[in-house]
Design a binder for this molecule. Sequence first.
Ligand code: ZN
Length: 657
Amino acid sequence: MKSLWNETEAAQYPGDLGQRVYTSRLLGRDASLVLHGGGNTSVKLREKNIFGEEEDLLYVKGSGWDLETIEAAGFSPCRMNHLLRLAKLPELTDLQMANELKGCLTNSGAPMPSVEAILHAILPGKFVDHTHTDALISITNTAGGLQRVQEIFSDRVVFIPYVMPGFKLARLAAELYAKQAGPRTVGLVLMNHGLFTFADTAKGAYELMIELVTLAENYLAKHRAWELATPAPVSAPRPARLEIAALRKEISSALGAPAIVAVQGTASGHAFAARPDVAQISQQGPATPDHVIRTKRIPQVGRDVAAFRSAYEQYFKACAATAGRKLVMLDPAPRVLLDPELGLCTIGRTAKEAAISTDIYHHTIDIILRATALGGWKALPAQDIFDVEYWDLEQAKLRAAGKPAVFAGEIALVTGAASGIGKACVESLLKRGAAVVGLDVNPAITKLHKRPDFHGIVCDLTSESALPAALEEAVRKFGGLDLLILNAGIFPPGAPIADLKSALWHKVMTVNLDANFLLLRECHPLLKLAPNGGRVVVIGSKNVPAPGPGAAAYSASKAAVNQLVRVAALEWGKDRIRLNSIHPNMVFDTALWTPEILASRAQHYGLTVEAYKTNNVLKTEVTSRDVAELAAEMCGPLFAKTTAAQVPVDGGNDRVI
Ligand code: ZN
């Protein structure tokens, strides 16, 4: 492992707190050291308090901050004296500790200090760095792990046996440090957890971390446990979208809410899931306590969700009895699934949660493989893992969590999503917590949003073969389909029937009618598997109830889709799928309407552009966002008992009224 320290970069971070920010970010840049909010750092400073007295403070990483992107505001200033006195108490529950940590802040607006704050306070260096390094965990989580790390680090670190993070760990570390530290001591090894280093400069603590991790890496290399075999590339999978959606339905039932199920398709995930010993090596437990909450105790192997549920219930019963506390069981749904055919799949209440599990489990695979090569992977006993999973602090966090977003865990598909009403629908659905797949012929769709809950696919909806491939990709990305917004369509130049060319007529029918028929037919089996029932919204047109001269092909195509949806509502009600239509009119903020076209149409009617835009009963302008918000609401609880409705969003049209 190489030090990323750079003098020019470092000079841009003045002061001790600045240096603290800089090397915290250096640690955060390496995912094999810390992942997604894992790890923490601190600096001890002396400042004047409100009475003008000098006071020692510990600036320690606050919760909710990631080392990679942390800023000065991400460090919480705790009174050192208070932390050191806490470390001497014979006992303190974790809830009491959380209360004390909050209470000893000199800035009431600072984030909650790390639960490892007391441990940082008792260590001597001005700068303290803590990571959950993969290389060290690969070594500690083996039989004989302690002897191995003693051989690697000898008197340079103090060894702390595994204890759950929190007050007990801080106390034990203080006690063992006082007994064992010598002149060469520069860090702590926390068995099955991670590594601490400390020094009087930010650079010193950081480079010690790199040095000690390099020793661990070299040890693995010397024992032929560092280089992992290159996994075979994944061959093209057979279509499995209905199986995946059915699996997601079962997992959602275990979770008690719709789940995102992301099929990763990575070579390392496939190779791991296909190992003959996968059940044995994956079932022991997560790599560090830090990973427990997000990935659950163990992954599910294969697709038998019922078996996983009952195993989880048994584990809960056995461990809860030993814990001797009254606890409410968490949902018995897996967070990681290993299947010989699908490979690594990750599960979350949201796409972001699933993405975090993905990163964590890819690291877990490397750790397990290295530990296996070193002589045998050995995770913590189930009871220790249970204690973290059912930690008072975690239970309190769950109780404090707000209501999830209305479409959390649900998956929406929007056609014609790169611009106009489709693009606005994507935004309205993302805002309500859905994971959204956008389809469009425009390649810009792939870059519409860069976030884990959006996936853009270039797709020609009129192609009988392109659509199934796009649905396959969408389902592998998020696990199924709950909400479908049929928006894509074309508005051809006006022509009276007498002059309307057959080719144009057919083109309009192909895009506006045939493609929607195909979409509905192909999506039906997926919508049927939606945990909360499928919902479809069709973006129709004012032309359905009030057609215009010169728009025969367009009006006929939209009316035909409208009729198609009404029939679908009759046929699919028994499958808990509801379909509704929206009829917008005069929506000008779309790619169709350039300022020039708008000006010429306004002139045609003898109106100013402003008067033309608001030429309706309410004299109001209708925007893409207005249409999209209604479409999203129609998928939500407000319309739960409504199917086959047609709602205008046109500012009131006297021909429709
Ligand atoms: Zn830790």
